[in-house]
Design a protein around this ligand. Sequence first.
Ligand SMILES: Cc1cc2nc3c(=O)[nH]c(=O)nc-3n(C[C@H](O)[C@H](O)[C@H](O)COP(=O)(O)OP(=O)(O)OC[C@H]3O[C@@H](n4cnc5c(N)ncnc54)[C@H](O)[C@@H]3O)c2cc1C
Ligand SMILES: *[C@@H]1O[C@H](CO)[C@@H](O)[C@H](O)[C@H]1NC(C)=O
Ligand SMILES: *[C@@H]1O[C@H](CO)[C@@H](O)[C@H](O)[C@H]1NC(C)=O
Ligand SMILES: *[C@@H]1O[C@H](CO)[C@@H](O)[C@H](O)[C@H]1NC(C)=O
Ligand SMILES: *[C@@H]1O[C@H](CO)[C@@H](O)[C@H](O)[C@H]1NC(C)=O
Length: 542
Amino acid sequence: MRRTSILALAALGLVSASEDVRHAQVLIIGGGITGISLSRALQAQNITDFVLIEARDQLGGRAYTETLHSSTGDVVVEKGCNWIQGPGKEPILEMANKWGLKTTPTNYSDSVWFEGMGIEADGQRGRFLNEDEEAEFMSGYDNFLENAPGYSDWRTNQSLVDISVRVATSIMDWIPVNPLQWAYEYWNIDFTFAQTPEESSFANAFSQEAGIENERDDFVIDPRGYKYIFVQEAREIFGQDLDDERLRLETTVRTIDYSAIVNRDGSNTKREGAPEIVVHTDKGVFAAPHVVSTLSVGVLQHQDVQWVPRLPDWKKEAIFTFAMATYQKIFILFDKQFWGDSEFIMYADPDKRGRYAVWQNINAAGYLPQNTTNNVLMVTATGDFGRRNEYLSDAEITEEVMGVLREMYDDVPEPKDIVVPRWTIDPLFRGSYSNWPLGALDQHHANLGQPIGGGHSWLHFSGEATSAEAFGYVQGAWEQGILSAEAITACLGGTCPDATVYEAVTTCEQTETTIKRRGVKSGRGRGRGGSPRRHAVMQTKS
Ligand SMILES: Cc1cc2nc3c(=O)[nH]c(=O)nc-3n(C[C@H](O)[C@H](O)[C@H](O)COP(=O)(O)OP(=O)(O)OC[C@H]3O[C@@H](n4cnc5c(N)ncnc54)[C@H](O)[C@@H]3O)c2cc1C
Ligand SMILES: *[C@@H]1O[C@H](CO)[C@@H](O)[C@H](O)[C@H]1NC(C)=O
Ligand SMILES: *[C@@H]1O[C@H](CO)[C@@H](O)[C@H](O)[C@H]1NC(C)=O
Ligand SMILES: *[C@@H]1O[C@H](CO)[C@@H](O)[C@H](O)[C@H]1NC(C)=O
Ligand SMILES: *[C@@H]1O[C@H](CO)[C@@H](O)[C@H](O)[C@H]1NC(C)=O
């Protein structure tokens, strides 16, 4: 550990004279999946002089377990990521196999549908539909799903502007008019992107490439949690007990001062040597020529961390253009299973589209053991409704979800416990995951991940949202950690890659459009699992 010249820094007003500074080559902000991946990738390059700073008392970030308490044994559930899926397949699947993570494949066709009476039910009850009735309300949307990738492909090919998923469905004559149609659409769009068809970008939700079969999506059902595999990977770097001095848990970053590496007007500079970026935390001061933010785009949007100088407008435009969505997974524990064996139970609410629409049976075959006293239902709330839920108490949420369950089933017992995640009001996350909203251009997305600096000192931006292939997914986070390590390794080796920043994002003139293919999936009936997300972006080179 190099400890130097506190007095010199103090003279510059950067630290108080009483503070000690921990210098390193690289500082990693955030111990989520990206931060862990980055630590491993640096160490693999023999770059060991780094410090990872994490506000929580544990690693994993949005791989985050909670416990439902029961008198006959607790049940661990995933408050954050739960599926190994789609774009997340290879590296994450390999890791899951390596560490023996317990998962079960999700069958999105295994669903029953309930036509509900909604908030104003007043004692009346709706009913479960038969298969013919299901097929009827699904057919129009299935038709859209089948043709959407081709239409998206064609639009991209013609260099047409992006439109919302809603405009696309409407052009293609899917006009949902009843609660069942709303619920089915919700399951396919909102349950994946955590935003509405009005908000989501069509080009980024549906790719050009049709015909690739939906691969298996695995639901993590391991009592050690999804995070287990990432923590195990971290132990190989920070020791079995995670007691390496380079890992600083329970340390919250307050200010990132990068004034030493930019010109007075904030523009990039190439100063002599490797001036340091100074990171102020509640547990002391850290400084390094390379600092990597893995903070979520939601945290960046809320200015929970202060930047000195303020971030440039091109960076802020990118940060505020991208979306941080709300995806709330509520888990409820009962001592008996009063619901059937289907994996999904869909509730179509006539008053509010998407109100407690998707229920998942965590005692379906392959999930938790059946016929025990631990029986769990998961219900998902997204978007504005999910955000509104975060301000309700557990008791208020319990009352609402019990109302829906009592409409669907007879003899519903009192729940034993409930887990209500509140991602969006949490200053360490400010939402669940990123989504590509209508209006965000490729240049915005590129700017989100572009570093600031010059010469041998850089402020890097990483994390799930900066992935072009798999933003919003576990895989995206893991891959971005590796990419950031590559950039830093090159820099420390003397050949920093030049950052391409779009100082001004202008009306895009699509002179040469290339289609960038991303993780492609298809198949019918999907949620966070088999998503319809077939990515493609218009790449303009001009
Ligand atoms: C509800 C939900 C469901 C999801 N479902 C899936 C799924 O099924 N499949 C899938 O592939 N993906 C899913 N995801 C997305 C996936 O979890 C994320 O893409 C991934 O975990 C992001 O990792 P990250 O390292 O980029 O960010 P994070 O995990 O957010 O890591 C950033 C870290 O920074 C820390 N931090 C924040 N502020 C500070 C500060 N001031 N000082 C110090 N540390 C700070 C945070 O505590 C956090 O640990 C889901 C996410 C959520 C929330
Ligand atoms: C890291 O160091 C070890 C031991 O000196 C060496 O064998 C290995 O090749 C190095 N790896 C890289 C990527 O430089
Ligand atoms: C999925 O569920 C459907 C409906 O219950 C069933 O017909 C099908 O066989 C299931 N698929 C698998 C792979 O279990
Ligand atoms: C895209 O455009 C090319 C050239 O105009 C054409 O050959 C191709 O068939 C088009 N593809 C689609 C899907 O429209
Ligand atoms: C659960 O118990 C019921 C009633 O005893 C029985 O019919 C059913 O086969 C059991 N299911 C499992 C998976 O053991």
